[in-house]
Design a protein around this ligand. Structure first.
Ligand SMILES: [Zn+2]
Length: 246
């Protein structure tokens, strides 16, 4: 069966003499693995369409055990974000997160649109670390894993200015519910997390968060991702065998 989609190249691994195995976040089929035969030959028909962080139109053959790429053409190479190391690094972090957080072959248009939108704006965003934090939070939300920030994540209490962030309970917790291991968080930092979730990329540079608080927020969100990633992985290993790659 021949299929066509639009996909973002997240990862490319050398395979056999001249092939590549690509991890692609596709619009219509979710995260998929594609084999691109001869892609590492200098005269490869795929050209730059398989470069990392490139959005390409992809035509592939769906076989029993593998997906074989037939054609690829560039739609957006996100050149602006590849001109500066810090921007590229931010985009690569995002790609790595997608690679780990997003389940294989589960189409999710919200995740795809979020990524395309983020990369389109990343080329001219001024506050890169803030943008990266917003991406992590928006991706968690798109994947159905957003931290609870409006009410106490443990027992639904109203939140006051005394706040903790509980990875285990999935968000902010109140003075009554916090436990050993929860991190105290300033109301301003908690408010910023909420605002980042609701702010469009065009307006992101207008938000302000001090560097130290920004790094604390990154650390909390990273811990949260790490914790819930374990859950995602566990449920994946239980429910499905890993896709065959050869
Ligand atoms: Zn509570």
């Amino acid at each position: 069966m021949i299929l066509k989609t639009v996909g973002l190249i997240l990862r490319a691994i050398k395979f056999r003499e001249s092939d590549l195995i690509l991890t692609v976040l596709s619009r219509d089929y979710g995260k998929i693995a594609l084999i691109a035969k001869g892609a590492r030959r200098p005269e490869s028909k795929f050209g730059a369409a398989l470069d990392l962080l490139t959005l390409s139109e992809l035509v592939f053959y769906e076989g029993e055990n593998l997906k074989l790429l037939k054609e690829a053409s560039i739609l957006n190479d996100f050149r602006d974000l590849k001109r500066e190391y810090e921007r590229l690094e931010t985009a690569l972090h995002a790609a790595s997160l997608l690679n780990h957080l997003i389940e294989d072959e589960h189409p999710d248009r919200a995740v795809f649109d979020l990524c395309e939108d983020f990369l389109s704006h990343l080329g001219h965003l001024k506050k890169l670390r803030l943008g990266e934090l917003a991406f992590k939070l928006k991706l968690l939300r798109a994947a159905g894993l957003a931290p609870r920030l409006n009410r106490c994540a443990r027992r639904g209490h109203r939140l006051t200015s005394e706040l903790w962030f509980s990875t285990q309970h999935g968000g902010l917790v109140c003075a009554e519910c916090h436990q050993a291991g929860d991190a105290r968080i300033e109301p301003g930092t908690a408010q910023s997390l909420k605002m980042l979730l609701g702010t469009r990329w065009e307006r992101l540079d207008r938000l302000a968060l001090y560097d130290d608080k920004l790094e604390i927020a990154h650390r909390l969100v990273d811990e949260f991702i790490g914790y819930h990633l374990r859950d995602v992985r566990r449920s994946l290993t239980c429910s499905r065998s890993s896709p065959q790659r050869e």
